[in-house]
Design a protein around this ligand. Structure first.
Ligand SMILES: [Zn+2]
Ligand SMILES: [Zn+2]
Length: 136
């Protein structure tokens, strides 16, 4: 048995998986999530402040649901979260398209650099060995 303290209410509970919150808080949070989801469906143009006040949910919590891609925002939604890399306004996930693209590119570049580096260091070791031999 894995007993933990609930991160929200401090109660001890039998931990199974996921967030360290007790079943009571988990259910309450899930109900809030449904509230927000319904509110967004009825008010697709609602902003973050409005949703937060209407549903009595932390903006940080709404942010998290959006990042987890659990909340789907319509194209004309006023709700925006920020790209974790450049701070640009986005509607889902963690990064904007530009940063996602940059990241893919830099990953490719890194792979290329590693190959290039491997090639150069081979050349260098040849030179070093040669230098050593000449000196002795
Ligand atoms: Zn709790
Ligand atoms: Zn970005």
């Amino acid at each position: 048995m894995n007993v933990r303290t609930c991160r929200k209410c401090g109660r001890m509970f039998n931990y199974i998986a996921g967030l360290p919150i007790c079943p009571v808080c988990r259910e309450a949070l899930e109900a809030k999530f449904q509230d927000v989801k319904n509110y967004l469906r009825d008010n697709p143009g609602a902003g973050m402040n409005e949703i937060s006040e209407a549903c009595e949910v932390d903006k940080a919590q709404i942010n998290q649901w959006i990042r987890e891609d659990r909340l789907e925002l319509s194209a004309d939604s006023a709700v925006m979260i920020n790209c974790e890399s450049c701070g640009a306004s986005i509607r889902s996930g963690r990064f904007c398209d530009k940063c996602r693209m940059n990241m893919t590119n830099s990953l490719n570049k890194m792979a290329k650099d590693i190959n290039a580096h491997a090639a150069t260091s081979k050349d260098k070791s040849k030179t070093a060995t040669h230098g050593f031999i000449t000196r002795s």
